[in-house]
Design a binder for this molecule. Structure first.
Ligand code: ADP
Ligand code: MG
Length: 393
């Protein structure tokens, strides 16, 4: 047994100084579930909480009342604080609408006429619909907005289903450099004109450019592109500033990162990268949530003994009465299943121990694999209870 620290999410969310919890990790490990469970638990322990989800599964979204995509938090029904409906503690939830959030940023930074020109521009529409990193950037933007309202004791943030956990932290700089000139390279690629040279090229004027690029793009499209680049360029400082501010918010006291991972080699390797990266950026890591850990009701029966018992049942089966033989087959099957489960547990334990040996100071909390998906408040409560890490309930 290793003697790593236990992570208590209750201690974290009960501390009034904790204002932001960010759940990050690679895809499919349970970030959205963890964020929702923590939000619910914090609310039921008396905090005014909002959870910003990115991609909740449909049934989970429905159970939280996330049926309207209107990009603002809505109260979740069926959630009250410890002192009842009149006491403190409530949960609001929202689902990130990336396009709408991007639109809001544009509207905030450009005069109305220019904002309209940008929003209607076809290049803007394809950019806002999903350039790599925009979703991550917009999640941060929304977090900044929620924080600025001052309306919440606690903001719990889910992160996008990125392939790599690091995309989330890289997003501001990625989008920054995108607006800083990479856009030109991307959009001009067919014309084989690269980098900043292209920006100068565009600024020379429509007349000169239409001759070459106009043939490829069509002159209306080219005008759209120029308008877009000029308009985005004028907002660039604003974008950068906002991204910087949110980045500082993530580093500030009051923010806690939770890295979510499954007890599997690849997931924990991603988690390790993320832990390193948070440390390098001086971001406050609260701990690791090891989600979907397998357990058993009979831990004292090892895989080896279960296999041996199954084998002896199978070998002796022929000597028994027909009814007894059926029961033996069934028992042997169950023993084999148990043995496989024990093997999974041993593997998970070994993977965890390897992580702990490299990161002995990272507190860990384990959440068991539930029998089915987590798709309602009761399921979230169960997860939250396991995350809580306090013995009282
Ligand atoms: N501890 C758990 N036990 C059982 N199912 C889980 C658990 N945690 C998550 N799930 C399920 O796994 C799937 C992926 O979870 P999700 O939170 O959407 O992951 P992510 O946001 O990291 O992509 C969902 O169907 C969810 O219900
Ligand atoms: Mg998710």
């Amino acid at each position: 047994m290793t003697t790593e620290q236990e992570l208590s999410v209750d201690r974290l969310i009960d501390d009034p100084r904790t204002r932001i919890v960010v759940c990050c990790g690679s895809g499919g490990v349970g970030k959205t579930t963890t964020a929702a469970a923590i939000g619910l638990r914090a609310a039921e322990r008396g905090r005014r909480t909002v959870v910003l989800t990115i991609d909740p599964a449909r049934r989970l979204a429905q159970s939280m009342g996330l049926t309207e995509l209107d990009n603002t938090p809505r109260p979740v029904k069926g959630v009250t604080g410890p002192d009842g409906p009149d006491g403190p503690g409530e949960l609001h939830a929202m689902m990130l609408d990336m396009k709408r959030t991007f639109d809001e940023v544009v509207i905030a930074h450009a005069d109305p006429e220019r904002a309209r020109a940008i929003l209607e521009n076809p290049f803007y529409q394809s950019l806002s619909a999903g350039f790599a990193g925009t979703q991550e950037y917009m999640a941060m933007e929304k977090l900044g907005q929620l924080r600025a309202t001052g309306a919440w004791d606690l903001i719990v943030v889910d992160t996008p289903p990125s392939r790599s956990a690091l995309d989330f932290l890289d997003a501001p700089s990625r989008l920054g450099s995108f607006l800083d000139g990479r856009i030109i390279r991307v959009l001009m690629a067919p014309a084989k004109v690269g980098g900043r040279g292209a920006m100068k090229f565009l600024n020379v004027g429509v007349g000169m450019v239409t001759g070459t690029l106009g043939k490829i793009f069509g002159s209306q499209l080219l005008t759209d592109l120029q308008t877009f680049v000029a308009a985005m360029d004028s907002m660039f400082g604003g974008f950068r500033e906002r991204a910087d501010r949110t980045y500082q918010l993530l580093k500030a006291e009051g923010t806690a990162f939770l890295v979510v991972a499954a007890p599997e080699r690849d997931a924990l390797r991603e988690a390790a990268y993320f832990v390193d990266r948070l440390a390098a950026d001086e971001m406050p890591l609260a701990g690791l949530v090891l989600n979907r850990v397998h357990g058993t009701g009979a831990p004292q029966l090892s895989a080896e003994r279960a296999h041996a018992a199954a084998q002896s049942l199978e070998e002796n089966g022929a000597e028994h009465e027909p009814g007894q033989a059926d029961a033996d087959v069934l028992a042997a099957g169950l023993l084999r299943l148990h043995a496989e489960r024990m093997e999974v547990m041993v593997r998970e334990r070994r993977t965890r121990d390897r992580f702990v040996s490299v990161y002995p100071d990272v507190p860990i909390v384990e959440v068991p694999a539930l029998a089915g998906d987590v798709h309602d408040l009761d399921g979230l409560r169960l997860i939250g209870h396991r995350l809580g890490g306090t013995a009282e309930d």
